[in-house]
Design a protein around this ligand. Sequence first.
Ligand code: SAM
Length: 240
Amino acid sequence: MTENEIISAINRVEVREGIHRTIKSYALRNNVLDDEQKKIVLDNFEKYCLAFNDGFVSPSSLFQDEKKPVVIEIGFGMGTSTQIIAKERSEYNYLCLEVYLQGFVKLLRDVSRLELDNIKLMRFNAVDVLARMIPDNSIAGFHIFFPDPWPKKRHHKRRLIQPDFVHLLSTKLVKGGYIYLVTDWEEYAQWMMDILNEEPMIRNRYEGFAPPAVWRPETKFERKGLDKDYRSSELWFERA
Ligand SMILES: C[S@@+](CC[C@H](N)C(=O)[O-])C[C@H]1O[C@@H](n2cnc3c(N)ncnc32)[C@H](O)[C@@H]1O
């Protein structure tokens, strides 16, 4: 890819044309790369990233070891837990989606330094990626950790976890594939539980909320919340 192609690939984050109106679950912040960040992107994009392409791809074919099942992480933030999980739970490949540019570049830098071959990054709206690039019955699991709670009632429609989105996730899962959600916003936890319970393609592996997965590290963000007495709630549902 040329320099211009790479830069335009990371500058476009959503599909706007056509009738596809997707959930606007994010607000874009600082969208400018400094010289050092630009170099990280140009040096590593082709090896570790994927540009949005309107057409279905085989998720496993994106990775060096095509035999590993593919997990998709949505909204990895700075990617702190992403890279720890990819190292510790290396029997999976991870397709990691985030629109926040500073976080995207941070994880790209870390992944290239650590030479992790089981992570691919995309800077694009996850709703578009799932709907337009990921075939049904192809994904082993979804990780969505601390999605923005959009606490004000008038913003609830911006929450990522909505019935249509959960249905979309469910159709992408292989049989036995999982959806793993974590939030420290109590009311959003119950909102998620109600929506996931209503989706006929998946069922709760536990009675109510799930115990924390041993391989999910605590993030700084989570620690700050715990210090303020916020409790994390975890949900683990599987495709029947
Ligand atoms: C509150 S942060 C949590 C980040 C991280 N998972 C953590 O635990 O620290 C939620 C992230 O989800 C991202 N996000 C929200 N909607 C998204 C979407 N539709 N596609 C991709 N990323 C999204 C936001 O940009 C934001 O960085």
